[in-house]
Every structure is written in C-alpha cells, then in structure tokens.
Write a protein that binds this ligand. Structure first.
Ligand code: GLN
Length: 482
C-alpha cells in the first residue's frame, strides 16, 4: 500500500494501528530472515498517538540506517566495534520523525561506517538483493534500499550518503533514493564517516514519499554547525536546550513541488556514459527520449573534472574517516576488552579485533594523505580539485535545470563477482556518484527500466538548494517509465 494511502486511512480510522503493527512486525521478521536487511528490529509497537490528524506521518513505519543514533536502540554503523552501543538520545532527524508521528521500526544494514559500495563490508553480514538474492543491494545503505523494495507495507527509509551510498543502492534495488544539498538535513546524531561529505537523505518506493520525508527532516538545526540556514527555512530563533521543538526551523513542504515538470532543460554529461554498460545506457536514454516527448529539451555537455572526481573523493573521504575513527578505542562506546598493558597496546588490541579489513585500510590511507610531508601533495590538492568539480557543476546549472546520467555504470553485481574485485576496482564503481557528492548538490536516483532483468537507476542532479526541481523531474521520470 502506498504511503499516501496509508496516511489517509490512518487518519480516517480505516486502519487500526495496533492490528497493523502486529502483522507488520511478523512480515518484517520474515523478510529479515531471508534478506538480512536490518541489524536491529524495534521490539515494541508504537504507543497511542494524540492528534493523529495534525501529524505529517501518523504511525508510518520508518527505518533508519544503522549509523543514525536512535534512543534506546543499538546504533552500530554496521561495525562490530560499536556492537552494544545504545544511544541515550535521538539524532535530530529521528526526533523530527517521532514528533510527526512516525514509528522507528529498526536499523538498516550497511557497510561498516559507510565504507563500501556493496554492503559486503558490514560487520553483520551483507543484505541480499530482493530481485536476485545472489546479488548485492549496493551500498553502503544496502539494507535501506532492499527493505524499501521488498516490503509490501508502507515504509520510508532514512539513509546517508558520503559518496553515493543512497543513489547506488536505490539504483541496484529499483527504488527512489534522494541525497539533499549538503547542510539541508541536520547531521546531529549521525555517526560520521567524512564530515564535509556526509548527507542524511531518503530512500522510498515513490518520489512523493521522499518529498514528504524531506518536509519533515530538512531545516536548520543549531546543534549542527554546518546546517544550512536559508530562505524557505526560517532560522532557529536561538539555541534552545536539547530536545526542544523550537530548536529547528520549519522547512518547506516539498510535496508542493510535485506538479508537472513542463519545459525542463536537461544537460547530459557525456563522460558519464563513457564506461557505462550498454544496456544501462540504453535504459537511461530511453527515459530521456520520453522526457523529450513530454516537453523537455536536452543537450549533451562535457563535465571535464569528472575524471579527477574519484581520486579527489577517496583522498578527502579517507582523510576525514581516519580522524573520525580515532575515538573508537574500546573505552567510550561499544566493544571493550580486558585492560592490559599501556593505553596504546590496549587500543590496538581492541581495534585489531573489532574493525573490519576495509576500516583498517582507510585508516592507513587517510593517515598517510594527511601526514606532514604528504599533506600538500594529497589532501590539499584534493581540496583544490573539489573546488574545480563544484565550478564545473555551477557552470552547467547556469544553462540547465537538471543534469541526467546513469546512476551506476552497471546493474547490481553477484556476490561471487564482487569477491574477485580488488579494493581499487571496487572504488572505481563509484565513478558516477562521487561528483555530485563532492559538490554537495541534490541528486535523486529513480528507476527507469531494467537490464538483464535487474533494475536500472537514472540520476538527476540539480543545483544547490534546488531540491524542488530535482524531485519534480524525478516524478516526471517515474510517471513516464512505471
Ligand atoms: N562507496 C563509497 C565509499 O566507500 C561511498 C560510500 C558512502 O557514500 N558512504 O566511500
């Protein structure tokens, strides 16, 4: 049942929340046994809501990626080192969902700390693709996208992207995934991967669901110093004590943007098709032609910085990740061990045991690129390249409303083929998603067809804070290709 219909029926009393959740949790457990979408499932049904008519998402099932802190519910970011960590507070986005009547039903599986493209780096086993369980859901928000696809019940997933972790799994699983402008959704309560790149976003079956969730979670938050304070988001009055509702400003209603897209001007970056599987390109072009048929116009362009984006991304992401992971030392959160030897020795024992292979690799890579003597050559150079990537997009958006490209260069791969890939080959799979993530622009992956019976995602990128246009174009694709 679509989210919109569910909310209507809850409001009218046609659906009884108590009965609904009894069935819902049975189905969820069943799916989870089969696909491993969730690391933690909520154990209690929601309490009785007051004022159902005035809530934006009364009783709506909402899942959160494991890296988003939820009060009283384990939040491990997919890592064994955080197993057993139960936060005493809710992330801002979770607090907002609860204020609007939503129910947090569990924590979705992911690559450890977001390090990966296939969710195979999860400390809790990889989730399986609902279209073909021998294939990956994508990553790092693989559990969120798989669950959004497989669950017949209404549900919206809150996820997170650093370099493509929302778009990639949305594309591989055949659902919609939206990453907002950097700073649009508060990062307060997010277990960081790379602070200058992390964005909390949404995965759901329909673009409408995404617009609804964005209306709830977007907006300025004084607890996140990088939170954007913009027109359309009236500023938070002043710093309020933790948990106060006045703390964050009321955001725009994004469902209002979902009117017909009309004469939309589309740029097609040619570099994004160069190493893309032919069948994937064909599905994307097919959708572009349909958009043209409904009044849009397009032009092929060049985004010259594309070839440098991948290296730039991995240097920045690993550098920031290596500093973020320093706090996991077996003392403050999650896993611990017998205290033995010096602090350094203890710290090493715990980290050796509980961090996965990929986390260790990134600590080494990131520490290297920040080291005195190498910093100018790697980290500072990457920051300069980042400025070029942003400039490239800015130039394009002077002429076009949105850019359209394939989300991923291929369909979801089989686990047995992923095993054969070297770390570098795995990183290369992110070539199409890192650009918009480095630039911090809003981007949406929507299903546009299939290749070899697997879903194909089409990527829509817009200029900073132009979420409305991106969602509008996304809904146009959804209407034309479903
Ligand atoms: N695959 C990319 C990485 O491993 C992106 C992951 C993400 O966005 N969290 O860094």
């Amino acid at each position: 049942m679509p989210v919109r219909e569910f909310i209507g029926k809850i409001r009218s009393g046609e659906i009884d929340a108590e009965k609904f959740y009894a069935e819902f949790f049975r189905e969820l457990a069943e799916l989870n046994r089969k696909y491993n979408f969730l690391i933690t499932t909520a154990i209690s049904k929601p309490g009785k809501l007051k004022d159902v008519k005035n809530k934006k998402m009364p009783y709506l099932p909402v899942s959160a990626k494991d890296c988003i802190c939820t009060k009283g519910m384990q939040s491990a970011a997919g890592s064994k080192i955080l197993e057993g960590y139960v936060p005493l507070f809710d992330a801002t986005c979770i607090e907002k969902v609860k204020n609007e009547g939503g129910t947090i039903i569990g924590k979705t599986n992911q690559d450890e700390f977001g390090f990966g493209t296939f969710s195979t780096n999860s400390g809790f086993g990889a989730p399986k693709n609902p279209t073909d369980p021998e294939r990956s859901c994508g990553g790092s928000s693989g559990g969120a996208a798989g669950l959004a696809k497989a669950l017949e019940y209404p549900h919206i997933a809150i996820a997170e992207s650093t370099g493509g972790s929302i778009s990639c799994p949305a594309s591989f699983c055949g659902v919609a995934g939206f990453t907002p402008t950097y700073g649009m959704v508060s990062r307060h309560g997010l277990i960081d991967y790379s602070n200058s790149l992390d964005k909390i976003g949404v995965i759901a079956k329909e673009v409408w669901d995404i617009a609804l969730m964005l209306s709830v979670i977007a907006g300025h938050d004084s607890r996140d110093s990088t939170s954007a304070n913009r027109a359309g988001h009236c500023p938070a009055k002043k710093h309020q004590p933790h948990g106060s509702r006045e703390q964050y400003a009321k955001p725009a209603n994004y469902t209002d943007f979902l009117n017909p897209a009309g004469k939309i001007k589309i740029g097609i970056p040619k570099e994004y098709f160069e190493n893309t599987d032919k069948k994937v390109s064909d599905a994307v072009w097919n959708a572009i032609k349909k958009l043209e048929g409904s009044g849009a116009s397009y032009e092929t362009i060049s985004l010259k910085s594309t070839e440098y984006a991948l290296a730039c991304y991995y240097i920045i992401a690993c550098s920031e990740a290596s500093t973020n992971l320093a706090k996991f030392c077996g003392m403050r959160y999650g896993a611990e061990s017998e205290i033995d030897g010096s602090f350094d020795e203890y710290f090493s024992v715990v980290r050796t045991k509980y961090f996965g292979q990929e986390a260790k690799r990134r600590i080494l890579l990131g520490t290297f690129s920040r080291m005195a003597g190498y910093r100018d050559q790697y980290y500072l150079k990457a920051l300069k390249v980042r400025a070029l990537v942003i400039e490239d997009f800015r130039r394009a958006f002077k002429k076009f409303d949105v850019l359209i490209a394939p989300t991923m260069p291929m369909v979801a791969p089989r686990f047995k083929d992923i095993e054969k890939l070297s770390p570098l080959e795995q990183y290369a799979m992110d070539v199409l998603t890192v650009g918009p993530n480095i630039a911090g622009i809003p981007h949406l992956s929507v299903p546009c067809g299939t290749a070899n019976s697997m879903p194909v995602g089409l990527h829509i990128m817009g200029s900073h804070f132009n979420e409305g246009k991106v969602l509008q174009a996304g809904q146009a694709v959804e209407n034309l290709t479903m």
